[in-house]
Design a protein around this ligand. Sequence first.
Ligand SMILES: [Zn+2]
Length: 324
Amino acid sequence: MTTEVAPGVHLVEIPIPVALRVVNCYVLRAADGVTIVDTGFHTPPTEEAWRAALAELGLGFGDIAKIVVTHFHPDHYGAAGWLQQQTGAPVLMPATERPQVERTWSAGSNVAGSLTSFFAGHGLPPELGEAIADVQNLQRSRVQPQPRITWLPEGRPVAFGGRTWLPIWTPGHSEGLMVFWSETDRLLLADDMILQRITPNISLWPGMKVNPLRQYLASLDKVAPLPAALTLTGHRRLVEDLQLRVAELKEHHRSRLQIVRDAVADGKRDAWSVGLVVFGPHDDPHNVRFALAETLAHLEYLVEEGALLRQQEDSQVRYRIASA
Ligand SMILES: [Zn+2]
């Protein structure tokens, strides 16, 4: 259940109730105390998995000195408040994630409502909109209690797990996501910024001012020069050749941009119908949500590039080829 992947760095696979099935969390043991990186959704199986993992490592909640959360997504952030209650440890998070945490998880926020009206304007059938709102409200129930957070500024080295890490802001998968770079042993804690086999979800959500795909491609260029010996990922396998994976991820988005552009080619299309061409039909609301938001990130990137035009008629947004 736990695997030592670098000296004192233990991979802990925490089960999550979504299609990805598992989130990679880490326990870092060091003379300066034990650090947990990322936490899972807060569910009974998560509590059980954390208790079992710590027991396997001969640790208890009282040994945990710090909790690091890489970004605000519920599979990474969800159990942070519960773990903080058990351990009394500070929860450290990138300061650049603060707006996302407050917008998404604060008591008065209505993410479900803004998501469904945003998607309705891009052609999502109403019954799927309701299912997506239900999923969003369910996610919300799986990130309680909320942690008290200590915000980490970009670029100021931070010590945990026996190493000094440089936090590097690498937006795209989420607007405030940071990766952490340990120069001494060339370890990159990349969470969901770099994944093996699957590609990090790059999505346009309501309220975003900067195109996430443009940000993500720039973030890939930012991490590419790091001479990483090992990249610790947020899901699936770890990455041994960072430069190769960066090149593959860039190629993936180049080819997906072409597919999205081709899907628009025969006329005026809304994002929902383009998404059906790119991803095929989905009925799981969780996947519908990501497929549509990811399609939108690519469509809007092409609008910025001048390849597509966005047209709004009444409340509906449609895209067409710019030269037509
Ligand atoms: Zn994520």
